[in-house]
Each structure stands twice: as C-alpha cells, then as structure tokens.
Design a protein around this ligand. Structure first.
Ligand SMILES: Cc1cc2nc3c(=O)[nH]c(=O)nc-3n(C[C@H](O)[C@H](O)[C@H](O)COP(=O)(O)O)c2cc1C
Length: 392
C-alpha cells in the first residue's frame, strides 16, 4: 500500500511537469514559426496575408490577437492598409525588408525625407505611399507625451483643443532626425486640428535649420481643406522654399498619392527606366519582355499597383489566367516552347511549360530556367502570378 501511495505521488508530480515541458516546446515552436506579415497565421507569407488584412480592415473578418502583431509590418501603432500594400510589395520583390525589420535611422544617402505626425493612423499611410514612391527616408514625429484618446477628443477642451488655441504651445518631441542636412526635399504631413497643423509640427519646424530646403506640406482631415494650415507654417522655417500644400481625404489610395508626386515633379528616378517583373507562386523569374505595344500597355497598367493573375493548369502544357483587362494584340500562329509568356485572346496570359501551336501575341520568355525547372514550377497545380514594375 505504501508503495502504491509513493507511486501515486510521483505520478502526480511528474505528469504536470511533463505537460509543462510540452507547453514550453510548443511555445518555442510557435516563436520559431513567427513569420512577419503572416496575418492569416498559416506560417508562410503569401498574397492571402494581404487579402486577410484588407478583409480585417473592412470588418469582414477579425484577425485573432495572436496574429495581429505579425501582421503589422511597418512601425505603426495600428494595422492599416499600408501593411497589406507592403506585403504585396515584398512578395513581388519591390522591397527587400519590411519597415519593422529596418534599423532605425541607419545612415542613408537619400536626399528626400518624408516627415509625418499621425495620431489615429490616417496621415501615416499617405506618408508611407509617398516615401515608397520617392524611395525616400521616412520619419514619424513622436510626442514626448503620447496623445491618448482623451487628449484628442476634440471639442471637449481636451489637450489638443487647448494646445491649438494656445499660440505658445510647443509639445515636446521624443525623437529626432539624425542628419537633417543631407535632405534637400522634405514632405511634411500632419492631420488638420481645428483648421491648422498640430502644434507639435511647430515644435518640429523650430528644431532644425531648413534653409535652402524644399518643404512640401500635406495633410489629412475629416472635411476641411488645407486652408491656412500650411502657409501659417512658413514663418517657422522662413528660409525654406515652401511648396503649395495638399489635403488628402481619409483613406486616399496609393495611386492618388503617386499622381500628386508626379505633378510635383520631385521624383528623380522614373518608372519608364524600370523593368516589368514577374513572380510565380512568390518566386521571382527573369523574363525577356518583348518590345511591343501589348507589353507597354501591361507596364502602364501595373505602374501604380501590381497585378495578381490567378492561373489554372491546362492541357498538360500551360498555365492560363485572366488579366482582368484587354491588351493590344497582334496574334500570329506560333508553336510555343517552355518558358514562353504569351497573350491569348487579348485578355489572358499563358505561360508554357510545354508546347502548343495557336494564335498568340508574344509577351516574353522566361530566362535561366530549363524545361525541367519550368515543369517543376508550373505543373504542380494552379499558380498565382504577380506582375509589377521592378525597383530598377
Ligand atoms: C483635435 C482635433 C481637431 C480636428 N479638427 C479638424 C478640423 O478642423 N477639420 C477637419 O476636417 N478634421 C478635423 N479633425 C479630424 C482630423 O483632421 C482627421 O481625423 C485626420 O485625418 C487625423 O489624422 P491622423 O489619423 O493621421 O491623426 C480633428 C481631429 C482632432 C484630433
């Protein structure tokens, strides 16, 4: 009996211990599997993660709390549409790292800086789109005393209300721009607070010497225009070359921001000199693109946003998918080879891992892959192809 009791006691001690050990292993495995951008929690970065974020933001689904952290790929406070855009960009190779992976304030040779202040996350994506398009550095003004929801509950005599009505208010800033002298152009973004820029923008402008630099203000607001908010900043950096400001509505898309930058004429590198890029199931493939009207139109179509084409296997020799648009066609009867990328019927892309004879317009040819590699890439189920403009 004594032996039985001793055995029972040892059992009671050991079983919870081993359960505890298992729990630890599970935690370790989970953290090893932590994949940045993995919003759907399936352990891999894919186009579905961007879609999951879009659905979450549209309140169609809710990303569970444990996946929210990995879904945030930029240095923001709340998930927003830019996280989805950045995931798409990473998948097609337009960015190598997510902003959260970048070392803060590493020395760069860039001459354009996008500075912004954003309390509720509306100005932040506009700043991000601008910085991405301009390939500029980006700096978020962080308040030394962060603004709480109560602080910005306007028309309640909240902190923001008080600061905006006090000409002397200069809220302190927690961070600083490392090397302001390297920048020639500064885009300065803020939310409209009672028709004006938040006073923390005044603090920012009084903290550096902007002589000879171009400053381009922009803002977001519920409904007000940029009004005098930008011109009232001029006296704080009197030796800067101030450009006209621009107001963006909440939720403005990337294409609109790019158009604005094109109009400003401050972008130096031109997409015209950049190549089309293709990924197949997330793997980048080199394509020799044809110099024809169809490819030029495709390039124009993906200038602002990558195109995702859901392909299906067909006939044991090709993947085919709808472009969702028509391209100019100049069909001729061709016998295709593995690697050929063609336009079929004016509105479908076909990528071959075998051969077929039909009326097509040539778009390009995948390089550096032999027939076996192409078959491996394309003949194992339906594929997702993303076409974008490359980073050079
Ligand atoms: C203190 C305060 C004052 C505001 N005043 C205005 C205003 O005068 N006109 C307006 O259209 N929106 C006003 N708004 C709304 C913000 O401009 C708008 O929500 C902005 O997009 C917020 O940007 P953020 O999310 O980047 O902070 C105000 C918001 C706050 C917090």
């Amino acid at each position: 009996m004594k032996k039985l009791i001793t055995f029972f006691m040892i059992f009671c001690i050991l079983v919870p211990l081993s359960a505890c050990a298992n729990a630890q292993v599970d935690t370790q495995t989970t953290s090893e599997r932590y994949v940045l951008g993995d919003a759907d929690g399936d352990g891999v970065l894919s186009i579905r993660d961007a879609t999951t974020i879009q659905k979450h933001l549209a309140a169609l689904i809710t990303i569970p709390a444990e996946s929210l952290k990995q879904a945030m790929v930029r240095n923001g406070k709340k998930l927003n549409i830019r996280d989805a855009t950045l995931i798409q960009k990473k998948l097609v190779g337009l960015i190598k790292k997510f902003p959260v992976e970048e070392q803060e304030q590493t020395a760069s040779d860039k001459d354009t800086l996008v500075v912004y202040f954003s309390c509720t996350g509306h100005t932040e994506p506009i700043a991000g789109y601008a910085a991405d398009y301009l390939d500029a550095d980006i700096f978020e003004i962080e308040a030394a005393v962060p603004y709480t929801d109560e602080d910005i509950a306007y028309y309640t005599d909240c902190r923001a209300d008080k600061e905006q009505s006090d000409p002397m208010a200069r809220p302190k800033i927690a961070n600083s721009v490392e090397n302001i002298s390297q920048y020639k152009t500064i885009l300065l973004g803020y939310p409209i607070w009672h028709g004006q820029a938040p006073k923390i923008i005044y603090t920012f402008l009084e903290s550096y010497d902007f002589s000879g630099k171009k400053i381009v203000p922009f803002c977001t607001s519920g409904s007000s225009g940029i009004g005098s908010s930008a011109t009232n900043l001029h006296s704080l950096a009197p030796n800067a070359e101030w450009k006209d400001g621009r107001r963006f509505a909440i939720g403005t898309d990337e294409a609109t921001v790019k158009e604005w930058i094109d109009e400003l004429g401050i972008k130096t590198a031109d997409t015209e000199s950049k190549e089309l890029q293709m990924t197949i199931n997330g793997e980048q493939v080199d394509v020799d693109w044809e110099d024809n009207e169809s490819v030029a139109t495709l390039k124009e179509a993906v200038k602002t946003n990558p195109m995702t084409i859901e392909m299906s296997m067909y006939g044991g020799f090709e993947q085919v998918g709808s472009l969702g648009m028509s391209l100019p066609r100049n069909d001729t009867r061709i016998t295709t080879e593995a690697g050929d990328v063609v336009l079929y019927s004016g509105n479908q892309m076909v990528v071959f891992y075998g051969s077929n004879t039909w009326e097509y317009t040539m778009l390009g040819k995948i390089k550096n892959q032999n027939e076996d590699q192409l078959r491996e890439l394309l003949s194992n189920g339906n594929a997702t192809i993303i076409i974008s403009i490359g980073s050079e």
